[in-house]
Design a protein around this ligand. Sequence first.
Ligand SMILES: [Zn+2]
Length: 438
Amino acid sequence: MIKIYNTLNKKNESIKNNIIKIYTCGITVYDNCHIGHARLFLLFDSLIRYLNTSNKKIIFIRNITDIDDKIIKKAKEKNIHIKTLTEKFIKSMHDDTKKLNIIEPTYEPKATSFIKEMIELIKIIKKKYTYKNKQSAIYFEVNKLNNYGMLSNQKNKSIKQSYQNNKKNKNDFVLWKNFKKKEKIYWQTPWGKGRPGWHTECAAMTMYYSKDYIDIHGGGQDLLFPHHENELAQCIASGKKDFIKIWMHVGQLKIEKKKMSKKLGNQILIKDLLKNYNEEYLRFLILSTNYKKSINFNYETLKKMKITLDKLYKIKENLKNKKFNINPEINKAFDDALQNNFNTQKAIAILFKKLKEKNDIEIKYSTIELLKKIGLLKYETLKIKKLNIENIETLIAQRNEARKNKNWSLADKIRQKLIKFNIKIKDQKDNTTIFEPD
Ligand SMILES: [Zn+2]
């Protein structure tokens, strides 16, 4: 039975339910995803793949935040409709998760589809825990809750009445934002029009999908406060104190020891990295560090990971069509490490230690088979098939011929094939076609 470290009580806790429900906070869709997001996608994907090897059923929910301050701001800057912006970045995220080979979530709720549930949740909380500020926004008054701050160990400091946004207390958080003319977007409620606060979005969606319990509520360490603390406050205020069993937090991914940010210009987008590296190299790098620790990403480490993983693929190739038994001692040690707070770093280290001690065929076979459990070594090969210039030109000529003959389906098939090899083509007015790497 797997145990996961619970941030709330600082203990490793067993997951006893036969249907394991996992909710992770998804992307706020206003920009492309970077490799910090990839750490969360890949970590939870490997956890789910591992849990899938047991006889438990997994329900995985990953939401999409498609209404938020950042979205409204960006749409305004670009002078486009909010939906145009969010649809663009939902597609971009799905392209990334597909290339990362992430198992699709059982449910992927969008915040804007759950406004009714958010309003219902606020109605319950409003009975005791909220106040309306001057602008008619609904705030959660944290002083009314006995243990506010217990998840992230916050000290609740009282502050002057005149605090920003007319909050009574520094940590009071908004459940419902009042309508602002310049924002255009709003929903109607019994207490006036406006839109939901981010913390209420996740709280309402977790409650809707999980009904009576959630085994793991996961996310990045940066979401612990205020986001998860405020989600927990709403659970307690709506009478669902123990509804989330385990709060699981994943460490950050830094670039050359610095936090990744657009401001610093050090962001690496998932789609850029995957142009040159298969997702498994990044997955291997991520799983080689305990999920609670922060990762200091650099390309040198990634290249080292590539060399090691390529060697393992060579072993796999040599063992093709051969069947052995998994060494029971290694199997147990590997499983024990994963069952104890999904310690992939330790589990991988155990395999490499054994390989070093006794490099025989049974150990090699066991290593390959066990790594498959956490989403590694799942491909036939990682070698990238490349098209040379002549191949590309031949394909383009065939496509032009098909177009001339009005054989659109063949023309499209060839275009799709070129896209697969990251070749972008542009048809010119003079009936010629130019191409470039995508
Ligand atoms: Zn969330």
